[in-house]
Write a protein that binds this ligand. Structure first.
Ligand SMILES: *[C@@H]1O[C@H](CO)[C@@H](O)[C@H](O)[C@H]1NC(C)=O
Ligand SMILES: *[C@@H]1O[C@H](CO)[C@@H](O)[C@H](O)[C@H]1NC(C)=O
Length: 431
């Protein structure tokens, strides 16, 4: 009897000791585990994806994205955290050595599907900066990036991704749903995106819509991660004409520019029903039928007017190789062409956040600094859809008004910096 209870006592002690030691071992393991999930939010569990046999398998122990939200670098006003190269295209570095021009662009999740068409037509390196302001949005964004890479070899190879978030919205709990990824169909990237966007928007619509999108921060982030000598800065829904990177290589090899030059690439908007024009002849044919027209022609004509599309369309091209069609002679305030230039051009001023004065203020500074704008032919870019004037939502109007006030200070600084006022901005009260 006594012996029996003594043995029971011993077994209990043994069990307690064993459990304690086991507990300590587990704790130690957790502490030193390289995969402590609290601090590695962007490391999804492994799950093989079906659909494309080419889809890369993710290793369980390697993070897919190089993104620790506690790190990153600050912008000049400590408003945003910026992350370079969170995921680098397999050939981004080697393509940057081969090609003279890097396409720098920025996109929110909503527009990200355009990257498929951009990369289809552009064979050089692409530097893309993107933005998210909530855990849900970032989770969806990273998931969609993986989806694009898995379904599209060109995106996987050419694109280097960068990221920014606003300081008050540091991502805390990011969870990439790889089960979901396996179910997304490569055949339908647009509807896959719409599903994702719908899901995260339900929780965030109100504040997210009003939160200014830091366009210029993202532009600088994309630009400065380009490694080629020339940068072609676009918005992600601006689609380059086919084979543009190689054609620019040939042109830029011999292009002689004595001073400060930017090469303008004309931008058209095209009817949703047409095929993407394979060449300038076809584009001009579409324009003559009213199925293509200069970008923002109806919405805001100053946007591209100085490019002189009439001249561009009517001048017969002496050669099919890229060449300068003409020089911009009637530069006007608010002109904002997409251009190719060495990345020594002035930065995009980051006091402009949200809509209004983001690109045209930078082009304005170039003009004051003495840049010449040379229009190239027969290459071009297109934006899908003929744009019509819509009333702006109030939040957008509000952002525009704030930026207009910022512009008053900006133009005075430009005047002080260059001591020139070619457009008489200092005597004008309007704009
Ligand atoms: C331009 O594209 C059209 C339509 O595909 C084609 O018929 C034409 O031959 C092309 N022209 C040139 C110069 O490549
Ligand atoms: C466009 O070019 C034509 C022909 O050279 C010229 O007459 C016209 O003034 C130009 N317009 C602009 C806006 O540059």
């Amino acid at each position: 009897m006594i012996q029996g209870s003594c043995r029971l006592w011993n077994i209990s002690i043994l069990a307690v000791v064993f459990l304690s030691i086991y507990n300590i071992i587990l704790t130690l393991k957790l502490m030193y585990s390289p995969e402590c999930p609290r601090h590695a939010p962007v490391r999804p569990p492994l799950k093989a994806a079906k659909c494309d046999p080419q889809r890369p398998a993710y290793s369980k122990n390697e993070p897919i994205f190089r993104l620790d939200p506690r790190l990153g670098r600050w912008d000049a006003r400590l408003q945003y955290k910026l992350f370079d190269n969170i995921l680098v295209g397999e050939r981004f570095a080697s393509l940057s050595d081969v090609h003279r021009t890097c396409l720098a662009t920025q996109s929110s999740l909503e527009k990200m599907a355009s990257l498929i068409e951009v990369s289809a037509n552009w064979d050089g390196p692409i530097s893309l900066a993107t933005f998210a302001a909530s855990d849900d949005e970032l989770s969806a964004l990273l998931l969609y990036i993986l989806f694009l890479r898995e379904c599209n070899a060109k995106i996987r190879e050419q694109v280097s991704f960068h990221f920014a978030y606003p300081k008050d919205r540091r991502p805390k709990n990011v969870n990439i749903d790889l089960d979901r990824l396996a179910e997304m169909s490569c055949a339908n990237p647009i509807s896959a995106l719409q599903h994702l966007v719908k899901q995260y928007l339900t929780s965030t619509t109100k504040w997210r819509k009003k939160l200014p999108y830091p366009q210029n921060h993202l532009r600088n982030l994309a630009r400065k991660n380009c490694q080629s000598k020339f940068v072609f800065l676009t918005d992600v829904d601006i689609i380059p004409s086919r084979g543009m990177a190689e054609k620019l290589d040939v042109f830029l090899e011999t292009a002689k520019c004595a001073g400060l030059c930017a090469y303008v690439i004309p931008t058209y908007e095209i009817d949703e029903r047409v095929r993407f024009p394979p060449n300038k002849t076809e584009l001009v044919r579409l324009a003559n039928k009213g199925l293509a027209r200069p970008f923002h022609h109806k919405v805001f004509i100053y946007n591209q007017f100085a490019t002189n599309f009439t001249k561009w369309q009517n001048t017969a091209d002496p050669v099919q190789e890229v060449h300068v069609s003409h020089t911009v002679t009637n530069f006007e305030f608010l002109y904002e062409p997409f251009y190719v230039a060495p990345d020594t051009v002035p930065p995009h001023d980051e006091r402009f956040v949200g809509y209004g004065y983001t690109r045209n203020s930078q082009v304005y500074e170039m003009f004051v600094a003495g840049y010449e704008f040379l229009v190239l032919s027969p290459i071009f870019t297109c934006h899908w859809g003929l744009q019509v004037k819509k009333t702006r939502p109030p939040w957008r109007e509000h952002q525009n008004n704030l930026n207009r006030k910022q512009f008053d200070g900006f133009k005075r600084e430009i005047f002080a910096k260059y001591d020139k006022d070619p457009l008489n901005m200092m005597s004008k009260r309007k704009n």
